[in-house]
Design a protein around this ligand. Sequence first.
Ligand code: TH1
Length: 822
Amino acid sequence: MSVNKTEQYAAKKLDSDQLAESIKRHLQQSLGVDQEEAGPAEYWEALSLVVRELGLDLIRKTRHKERDEKARRVYYLSLEFLVGRLLGNNLHNLGIYHQAEEAMANLGVNLTDVLEHETDPALGNGGLGRLAACFMDSLTTLDLPAFGYGINYRFGLFKQGFAGGKQTESPDAWREESCPWGIERPKRKQRIKLYGRVTERAGKAAWEDTQEILGMPWDVPVTGYGTDTVNTLRLWESRAAEGFDLSSFDEGRYQESRSGEIQAENVSQVLYPNDNHPAGKELRLIQQYFFVACSIADLIARYKRENGDNWDGFAEKVAIQLNDTHPAIAVPELMRILMDEEDIVFSKALSICREVFAYTNHTLLPEALEKWPQNLINKVLPRHMQIIHMINYHFLHTEVEAQWPGDNNMKRRLSIIEEPERPGGQQMVRMAYLSVVGSHKVNGVAALHTSLVKSSLFPEFNEMWPDKLVNVTNGVTPRRWVDYCNPELALLIDETIGKVGEVDWRKDLTRLDAINAYADDPAFQKKFAAIKRNNKVRFAAEVKELCNVEISPDAIFDVQIKRLHEYKRQQLNLLHIMALYRRLLENPDLDVPQRVFIFAAKAAPGYKVAKTIIHAINRVAERVNNDRRIKDKLKVVFLPNYRVSLAEKIIPAADVSEQISTAGFEASGTGNMKFALNGALTVGTLDGANVEIAEEVGDDNIFIFGLTVEEVAELRHRGYNPKDVYDSNAELKAVIDWLASGDLCPEEPDAFRPLVDSLLGGDYFLTLADYQSYSDAQDKIVETWKKPELWWKTAITNSASMGKFSSDRSITDYAKTIWNMA
Ligand code: TH1
């Protein structure tokens, strides 16, 4: 599709005068304020209402078109959609950003200020939730009929603050600010069951004595770039199924009459704040079932409205993608409906499930693989537990038996139910196995990750079903992650590789490759460097405001922003910073460029070592930033409350991107792609998508260090002792001793013990093993920085080589290899 379509589309939309009129109308008629009283917040709301009108109109038209075409739809089930702010992005996608800018200017308001008034919905933890949001953008941009299904949490991911350098958490009551994007759809509400027991009636299972809750859908319109298609993100909110008990109301017992309601409302109350680690709580299981059951009932109702009651056509019209195992209970839920409500026999029900479901695995971390106690599932969802046993029985005794006849050991290993290791232990339901058995395709999220899924996580499944496990490398939407967050770079790309008449690079990111021809061009380098500098100047002002630290835009901005997790190794970065500081103290006249190390990260509230790392970084930052002796050569900032809208400001300003996870632990990473796209140089391990990024940019344009997956395995096999490294590396020993000494936190000298103990007592993530190699890679970065022509050539090559990492490519891969839609 060409950009011309976008321009025609934009042109036929409102011009700036019409937009200004609509804004004024909403100010007065929707918000009830006069133009003179309105501030940026009111203007934000009024413009959002204008865009919402456009979105609703297009959603209706999209629905009609899809109904007529009767195409297959994809349903993306995810407990997290980290959508970020929507107004600016929607304006871009609809092609009316510049008109809106002009309209606001004519009203005497600055659009950029207005956009800052949107609260950033934090309905996800990190990469997995953000990926779901990028995928919704790409599905729509590619005109694929799609629904996202998730939960409309009342509280998103907690807000982070610091007290004495330690993380504090407070609730994110994001909906208390106005949110015009979600539209309540009472007509589509669902009623779901929990608890109770299963009895047999006339040879059929009946699930009885249940408690019921209501699911109210909230629809968020999802715009795409340069298209009239608008898809729906349908987020469920839980409500009590019973209304007021009027008799107790009459008797004045108002509070009691609502007591049943409070519990039901709890279900969609709060997002669990664990990334790569399950909470294992009953309420979490109920959340999972609640949104799955509402979504499956909703999509079945849609199927029946459009196609009648004939189940033979179901799989042709419906593809359901499970975003990790969090929605895995969808498999027994669909089985239950097919068998108990639609009278379909088990074997046929299972084959329908297997045509419909596909499962994406996002992690190999053993502790992150979800397992639920059988007893808990049996209590909350007794019928589902029976069905899981039926699936397991069929799987083990028909399919595993056919592959490995008589091999009981194999049956035990592959069973969906894990038997306890010790007597008295619990039986656990392996949700990943349930997902694999219930799906026709299982994908990993980067080439290396998928090969490890095949070789280490599910080797037997791969042997049984050689075509089931496939790779779909992650991607990011270039609309949000270049066009919207780095408009000057977007403009430079337009000027350089053309816009009108060609396919827009925003729709075909491989077109960026044409920029490679300019990597050496001094004039282009100058423009590229100037844009980076402007972004750094703007970001430095932000840092001053948020952290009260002055940073120079001429320094190297070296950035690590992502969840705080030991496997992501923020502690490796920290140890190196401490070493740099010591080098400078030893020799304050060292001829080195100025460097600023920038962090942002939230730690799960219950993750002790992660919180210790945050505390330690903040204490080192305070020390370094206030030490006159080092003459501003080194600065460290930790920005509080990392979220999408902060990432949008940091990434365009980054020179160096830290992607330093222990090899084999980061399934893909997606921040790595965003940084490279915006011209930052990566220092990284051969992990996740870094491997493919290195392939695309070439080994000379990336700073790879550290042990490979094979070397990690080898070292563990030989026996790794972090103390050996500590004893043999004087610099490393000195910084660890310093950390342990209490000098950085005199009022609590043992504050960093958990970190020191984790490093010296086992160092599971091989931080010390990779230290020297990391430090050497950092030295090479400095050498490159000293040669500006080489630096900018490398930076430009990175941007220009990111074509593969558009989420449009990922979604096209899913559509072809998994959903049979393209
Ligand atoms: C992340 C992975 O850690 C990351 O490597 C990957 O790029 C991203 O998913 C998208 O594929 C994961 N996030 C979560 C969150 C939870 C559980 C498991 C994972 S894996 C709650």
